[in-house]
Ligand binder design. Sequence first.
Ligand code: ZN
Length: 670
Amino acid sequence: MTIGTWYYPKNWPRSEWEEDIESIADAGFEHVRMGVFYWSSVEPRRGEFDVEWLATALDIFESYDIDVVLGTPTGAPPKWLVDEHPDILQEDPDGTVREWGSRRHYCFNSPTYRDETERIVQRVTERFADHPAVIGWQLDNEFGCHDTTRCYCDDCAGAFREWLTRRYGDIESLNDAWGTDFWSQRHDSFAEVDPPGPTPTRHHPSRLLDFYRFSSDSVVDYARLQADIVRDVDSEWTVLTNFMGDFSDLDPYALGDLLDLVTWNSYPTLYAQRTADDLERGSGETLRTGDPAQIALNHDLYRNVLDQPFWIMEQQSGDTVAFPFSPEPADGMMRLWAHHAHAHGADNVNFFRWRRCREGQEQYWGGLRRHDGSPDRGFREADQAADELADLNDLPTPSAEVALLHDYDNCWAIEAYPHTDEFDYWEHLRTYYRALRRRGVQVDIVPPESDLDEYAAVVAPTLYVLSRDLADHLTAYAEAGGELLVTIRSGVADTANQWYDALFPGPLSEAVGAEVGQHESLPPVLETSVTYRDETYDYRTWGEWLLPDGAAVVGEHASGPATGEPAITYNEFGSGGVTYVGVWPEDELANAVVDDTLDRAGVETTAALPRRVHVTERDGYTWVTNFRSTPLSVDAPEDAEWIHGGSTVDAHDLAVVRADRRDLRVDLDR
Ligand code: ZN
């Protein structure tokens, strides 16, 4: 495991580069990512190139034995290019042009921009083909950030029509698949189908789902241009890009096919403000630590894109730019985040960034060093993490007993038709993820079509769009002895996002042994409770009244007009079993249902962990990571070897112990 950082020499006088780079090396950092949005600095005018400053910086990094990942500069086309070709700019749904002056203003489907991309990527990659410091290339930066996956310009309209033509062949097939007799939406030709612009009320959900798919595919097509050039220039280079946390618009599984290495950017306190760990909102603790379930879920997702160790390309190193506030992280968090990432399969954590910058839109964004070059709060912690993790190198990819299914079609279908704004696909998924982590269960987050045989249990939240083939795949998993947990809003629609002609969960009904008779979305002001195995629990946001057909009723509604109606069922099916949870459970109910699923699946777990405490195992090493502001006590077997820390884990601290995580007992320290 290595630690690295991001350094952009052009932000600093040439006279300071060597001192900065020497400090990076002194800290024990082995990797740096450099560049990203530098097009106007290497080609200030068309055809006039100046890349020697980059070469100088690379030479200094080489002299300190630091490996460099360079970014391609395409994330911010320069002013002269935009002036020459304003058609490369993106457009909002209402036709407003996304102007030059920030970043990510180019359209993925612009033929002009694709040509310009090939030209500049070829130029910079060829220049550094033999440079020993360069180990790989990051394609662009944060594809789709700032809602830029989806563009509504004329080039995109044309490309969308071609995409639909390839998918449906003829327009009547599209009309049939979408169901366009509703509200007079029949199309007479593909030429009539536009990107979804502003309308008086909601768009057709099938049109939206296909536009979202097309938009994600457009990014993948564009990225392929760059990946091919990098590989052609030097086949030894690692091709990678950096994804974002809880990011819905781009399907990383599709883009992952182009990559040698998956990386993502982790800003825990930024996400804590918008991923509702509702119960913590009163104390605000996660605002200084991040929500470990949010961070870990993304680790487990991106690790599984290529089923191999991943990198954190940007790890928060202090405060950030406000979203909408930016409290300083608690003491210890930079070290804790690095260890936590490593436990989940990260092989390198790059802190963003080395120095807080004096200029531009990210002036306030923190770094390991202050803008005068002196160490900032996070530096000592990152330095310590680099020392501690240096000995834990080349560990294999962590293994998991349980799969949590995640799928971008479902993400997009829910976005197209959330029913209520409070129905958040990621947050619903996280309810179950948190319940699994509470028992120290290792989780692979994988798409539903994955091979599931190796998993003792599969948790499948909201499989809204579910083909019959996928339903058969999941049915076969349960029939062969797997424990399958299916939840609300599953088996609703076919792949064109038209409802099945059967009650939900449609093609999964036989395996579930029940159907959905009623459904409702519910504001917090309404009472929402159910009984489950004779205990009463709360739920939130969504409830279904079930019609059992073979399954046993194990939970009933206990509030409102649903009182007494079945809410949760269990169906012994083949050699396995299928649980159906017809509500969005609050944590206590999710814990109870998940615990029962794990018991039946024979998954060995830890004793229940305190909230926001994770235990995570990689190759026989177990990390106890404490995101709480109070200490923990850890009981370990006598022969356990403590690598870092010991039986008391302080607030925002950690321990690494060579022991099976299931043999540990972690309690709040009293
Ligand atoms: Zn466009």
